[in-house]
Design a binder for this molecule. Structure first.
Ligand code: AHG
Ligand code: MN
Ligand code: MN
Length: 337
């Protein structure tokens, strides 16, 4: 039994140090936390409550939606639309932005989310997660437009993820370090269990979907080949490899023991006119904010992700993130061409 700091207490105490805080933001974060608890409960019950399998529909990205993609999107909308903190929301599972319905008051924040990350893992009972990002609405709210969401990641007020793994965890940053909380199912509260999470600068573990190897660009080919060569190659060191197919689970592992995660651009994507796999506003930006706050780095290959100027709501970007020295090595391989 853990009698520690609850996430609510933690957020309130953190807000006390901020001048001009009205409690609005604290209350918004609380609603996000509630949404993640509801999703956790659905994920945990799985087949018992009929949430596995495909919904038979496609999202705006042309991906087949799982039942849980749609259910968890609805949970996020319902939990966060009523309280008056938001002007609008945007999600992986909705073509357009979701302005707060007229029957509710509108607030000064914007919320973006990937309601269920790694959803192909649902049916095989492997870890999935939720990713979210909070922005200020330029102009203070009222009538939010898609353009209001197109802010560089450096503008994020907060970002976090929930990981539905062997235990459910919430990992959060408000720009003041990264803290992890574990859900105590008995009392229904997230408890601070991983204060001040940091990513070691060095690692000998990489994560990439190697089935795409023949499509990668030369700098990624070189980096991964050197990892595979291990002690016999340029790195003079053996590397380990992991691929969970859920960015949340990969980032959580990296926050726990270091590592590098890569979903680079490749020739197959380029042929289809795609600019990457992962989405900037609700996957790459929140995760980059968390990773940088934990002392790691996050780049496209050539640029810092958090400084990109988004051009559209569902824009995709290449992502290379994790232990600083390895990410810098990948950057240098790109610079060398
Ligand atoms: P989502 O389920 O939200 O569409 O995201 C899945 C993403 C990411 O979390 C993961 O790293 C990657 O797609 C998995 O890609 P592969 O299918 O290529 O393994
Ligand atoms: Mn995702
Ligand atoms: Mn998703």
């Amino acid at each position: 039994m853990h009698n520690g700091t609850s996430i609510t207490q933690f957020i309130i105490e953190e807000q006390r140090h901020m001048t001009g805080a009205t409690g609005d933001f604290t209350s918004l974060l609380n609603d996000v936390v509630t949404a993640c608890k509801v999703i956790s409960n659905l994920v945990n019950h799985g087949a018992l409550v009929g949430v596995l399998g495909s919904a038979g529909s496609e999202n705006v990205q042309g991906e087949t939606q799982k039942k849980m993609d749609i259910l968890s999107n609805d949970v996020f909308l319902k939990s966060n639309e009523w309280a008056g903190h938001l002007a609008a929301m945007a999600s992986e599972e909705m073509d357009d932005i979701y302005p707060i319905p007229a029957k509710y008051p509108r607030g000064k924040y914007l919320l973006t989310f990937d309601p269920l990350d790694g959803s192909s893992n649902m049916d095989v009972n492997v870890s999935v997660g939720t990713i979210f990002s909070i922005l200020r609405c330029p102009g203070g709210g009222a009538e939010a437009t898609e353009r209001d969401f197109l802010q560089a990641g450096t503008q994020q007020v907060a970002a976090g993820y929930a990981l539905y793994g062997p235990s459910t965890m919430m990992v959060l940053t408000t720009g003041n370090g990264v803290n992890g909380f574990t859900l105590d199912q008995n009392i229904g509260e997230f408890i601070l269990t991983h204060p001040n999470m940091t990513i070691p600068a060095d690692t000998r573990e990489f994560a990439i979907n190697a089935s795409n190897m023949r499509f990668w660009e030369p700098p990624i080919q070189r980096y991964v080949q050197e990892c595979l060569d291990g002690k016999d190659g340029a790195r003079d060191s053996d590397f380990n490899m992991r691929w969970i197919a859920s960015m949340v689970a990969e980032v959580h592992r990296i926050l726990t023991r270091g590592g590098i995660f890569m979903y680079p651009i490749d020739s197959k994507m380029k042929e289809k006119g795609l600019t990457g796999k992962l989405r900037l506003l609700y996957e790459a930006n929140p995760m980059s904010f968390i990773v940088e706050q934990a002392g790691g780095s996050s780049i496209t290959g050539t640029e810092r992700i958090l400084e990109l100027q988004p051009e559209s709501l569902h824009q995709r970007v290449p992502v290379i993130l994790g232990s600083r020295n390895e990410v810098e090595r990948v950057l240098s391989y790109h610079q060398q061409g």
